[in-house]
Design a protein around this ligand. Structure first.
Ligand code: C2E
Ligand code: CA
Ligand code: CA
Ligand code: CA
Length: 275
């Protein structure tokens, strides 16, 4: 490949246009995907690091495209966000996941990811509460995962949304903590019951004594404020031991399980609850 060659054309980048074409395609097809039943919700356990028991399942959307195969959310959620489709898609995901979660034991909660745009849509909080009511899932069994990007354009809609649902009993988790514009102000201002420490602190090239110290500090803060600290992306027993020693109360990652279809989630629960 020529890098920075004389013929480089700044106005036509084949890689970029392929990317753009794929996005356009995905956008068009995503509209039909729900109706065609191509989307599925998978569930990944979040485990209590002391008892090893499943406390929560995080709903993660999957798209089984007839030609492109399995698409991961990183490929289509951003498209859904750019086009506003995330509102419809997000409502569908919450409703669908809640219908699965009603079959779990009462002490197992459901975590659902929320995009900032979903929160700003009119009637967003009511939409979630009515999805729960339709499914028969008590609000206290839902936990909404939001990222710090939500607070970038600080407005009342966000605050109202969170306060309205928190008053109804819904829990909130701060997702991907440490990757964005981390500010302790959000933790103070909003009723988070959980902080999820991003997996870049657990695995990857930057992990070391420093990242361990950061996890320890976040865990200490969590203990002080009565919040659970979840370590994301645990792939090895060494990582589990490290985050547990650093004070994390819960863990999530391939070491325990990948995201699995609903019937396998049910099997995991049944298995650990056998007498
Ligand atoms: P996230 O919320 O941080 O979700 C965790 C991601 O890390 C998931 O990827 C999960 O499969 C992956 N993961 C879990 N354990 C491990 C591990 O041990 N090692 C590694 N390498 N990865 C692990 P997934 O399912 O591809 O989702 C990616 C992102 O897409 C999510 O990041 C979330 O931001 C977004 N997303 C997924 N489902 C939804 C959804 O229903 N709604 C919205 N708004 N966003 C979603
Ligand atoms: Ca998440
Ligand atoms: Ca995360
Ligand atoms: Ca993430």
């Amino acid at each position: 490949a020529k890098i920075g060659g004389k013929n480089r054309n700044r106005f036509y980048d084949p890689a970029m246009s392929r990317n753009l074409m794929r996005r356009r395609e995905i956008e068009a097809e995503l509209r039909a995907a729900i109706q065609r039943d191509e989307l599925a919700i998978f569930f990944q356990p979040i485990v209590d690091l002391d008892s090893g028991r499943i406390r929560t399942f995080e709903a993660l959307v999957r798209w089984f495209h007839p030609e492109k195969g399995e698409l991961m959310p990183d490929e289509f959620i951003p498209v859904a966000e750019d086009t506003g489709l995330i509102v419809t898609l997000g409502n569908w995901i919450t409703a669908q996941a809640a219908r699965t979660a009603v079959h779990w034991p009462d002490d197992v909660t459901l975590a659902v990811n929320l995009s900032p745009l979903q929160i700003k849509a009119p009637g967003a909080a009511l939409g979630i509460l009515s999805a729960l009511r339709d499914a028969g899932l008590p609000p206290s069994r839902l936990e909404l995962e939001v990222t710090e990007s939500l607070f970038l354009d600080d407005n009342h809609a966000t605050e109202n949304f969170i306060n309205e649902l928190a008053a109804a009993g819904v829990h909130f988790a701060l997702d991907d903590f440490g990757t964005g514009y981390s500010s302790l102000g959000y933790i103070d201002r909003f009723p988070f019951s959980k902080i999820k420490v991003d997996r870049s602190f657990v695995s990857g090239p930057k992990v070391g004594r420093k990242s361990e110290a950061i996890i320890r500090a976040v865990a200490e803060l969590g203990a002080q404020l009565g919040m659970d600290i979840v370590a994301e992306g645990l792939e090895t027993i060494e990582q589990v031991a490290t985050v547990r020693a650093a004070g994390c109360s819960m863990g999530q990652g391939y070491y325990f399980s990948r995201a699995v279809p609903d019937y396998i989630a049910a099997t995991l629960l049944a298995h650990e609850r056998q007498p």
